[in-house]
Design a binder for this molecule. Structure first.
Ligand code: BG6
Length: 474
């Protein structure tokens, strides 16, 4: 099987709200998550990111541990409300200074910074004017992106505009589980288009600055969740359900980013149903011009689809407790439903463990969009890690999970798919949005009883060797 290229980006990722804490420090404005997570009943046992891993104040120690781990790259996100406390207007110099220090610290150890501009923590001030339903927010995003490029683009050469548009829109506007807590499918469609416009505008700013030689010429793209579907049987109605799912949950989101247009079937469906999305003159040209240098893929699980009659199941709540088997079937009547596959393993949060899905999913991307460089921007398993009497963290299931998925990347590379990096989720234990701190993902454990002391897990030492051997020893 092909080896990993010598400059393969072995990395790990985090996101600002989930790791930084310091939610009111040094002039930061409130984000939608600061507000939402404080509302009763929104998250698992009322957990929030007020303190999180306190990475904002402990980043030097964290970067030192990254260096010891051997990370070649670290993916982090910038909190918009640290840079612009009100989302637009006055820049907060202390916010700029923090990310500047973090980037310098990474570079001190030759760790390549991989920056995400938006990992869901919209400034609350922008939500107050309509959030992603207001086109002014797309313009504010472009301005924020430009400031970040100008301030950090002399040192950062890998950029992601958005993290998982699919998830923050579906969870925020269809399921009502993330802020702003809306359940309205028409608004999903409108918001998607405005976010796509914001992405395209940010790319235009980036191209302009690099053309003018004002920042280093790097690479820019978006990170999408990849949750490939598979029909649960070879019955034609299950295959149809799978096709409905793929176009609705994947093509609708990937096409505008990688092809600059929308899939015709979904377009017709949404237009006839709601006359959405509202497209203004110039929008589609803007999308076409916004070429990505690569696509980031966040892969955790696959999903299995079955026929769902018109009077079938609708959307249900999700398993946020970690009680295996508590996830109910969920679907869109008349189109598809997501069902459990009895032949494969699931995590305690009922996520299907299916490494083949990663290989197959990225193959499908290449088939539909042509050869495009791919980076796995997230991959990991949420688990309640076992702790030995001596305090050692025995996260063997994580090692096994990561190993199988890295092997899937290796197989993709052997198929000539240009996968240039792999970022495990997550570098350190952090807040899982709705699931609290008991759903752990990191290589580094945080002892929440002991002043957030950092401790290396078994997987830390395993990944260290994977990186040292460039993936030869898994
Ligand atoms: C991705 C997000 O959807 O999945 C991360 O980009 C998130 O921010 C990760 O933490 C795992 O999801 P969860 O819900 O288990 O935290």
């Amino acid at each position: 099987m092909a080896n990993f290229p010598p400059d393969f980006l072995w990395g790990a990722a985090t996101a600002s709200y989930q790791v930084e804490g310091a939610y009111q420090q040094d002039g930061k404005g409130p984000s939608i998550w600061d507000i939402y997570s404080h509302l009763p009943g929104t998250t698992y046992q009322g957990t929030n990111g007020d303190i999180a891993a306190d990475h904002y104040n402990r980043y030097e120690e964290d970067v030192r541990l990254m260096a010891e781990l051997g990370l070649r790259s670290y993916r982090f996100s910038i909190a918009w409300a640290r840079i612009f406390p009100n989302g637009m207007g006055e820049v907060n110099p202390e916010g700029i200074a923090f990310y500047s220090r973090l980037i310098d610290e990474l570079l001190k150890y030759q760790i390549i910074p991989f920056a995400t501009l938006y990992h869901w923590d919209l400034p609350q001030a922008l939500q107050d004017i309509g959030g992603w339903e207001n086109r002014a927010v797309a313009d504010a995003f472009a301005t924020y992106a430009k400031i970040c490029f100008e301030q950090f683009g002399d040192r950062v050469t890998y950029w992601l505009t958005f993290n998982e548009v699919i998830n923050f829109i579906m969870l925020g506007y269809r399921d009502g589980l993330h802020p702003p807590g809306v359940k309205d499918e028409r608004r999903v469609v409108e918001v998607t288009h405005i976010v796509n416009i914001a992405h395209a505008k940010a790319i235009a700013e980036y191209r302009q600055l690099t053309r003018e030689g004002k920042i280093l010429a790097g690479k820019i793209g978006m990170a999408h969740v990849l949750l490939p579907g598979f029909p649960i049987s070879d019955q034609p109605e299950d295959i149809q359900a799978y096709e409905n799912y793929e176009v609705m949950d994947h093509h609708w989101f990937y096409d505008p980013v990688l092809r600059g247009d929308y899939p015709q079937t979904m377009w017709n469906y949404y237009q006839s149903k709601w006359g959405a999305p509202t497209v203004l003159e110039g929008d589609l040209a803007l999308l076409k011009q916004a070429k990505s240098d690569f696509i980031g893929v966040n892969y955790y699980q696959s999903t299995f689809l079955a026929h769902n009659p018109l009077n079938g199941v609708g959307l249900t709540t999700i398993n946020t407790t970690g009680e295996k088997g508590s996830q109910k079937e969920s679907g869109i009547p008349g189109l598809f439903k997501r069902v459990i596959n009895p032949n494969i393993d699931y995590t305690d949060w009922d996520w299907a463990i299916y490494p083949e899905g990663l290989h197959e999913g990225i193959k499908r991307i290449q088939e539909r969009y042509g050869t495009i460089p791919i980076v796995i921007t997230e991959n990991g398993i949420g688990a309640k890690d076992a702790i030995a009497a001596n305090g050692e963290i025995l996260d063997y299931p994580r090692i096994e999970y990561l190993k199988q998925h890295i092997l899937a990347c290796k197989r993709a590379i052997a198929d000539s798919i240009p996968v240039f990096g792999y970022f495990a989720w997550s570098y350190i234990d952090l807040l899982s949005w709705l699931n609290g701190y008991q759903k752990q993902y990191g290589f580094v454990y945080i002892d929440r009883e002991k002043d957030l002391e950092r401790r290396k897990k078994q997987s830390y030492f395993w990944y260290q060797r994977v990186i040292q051997t460039n993936g030869a020893k898994l």
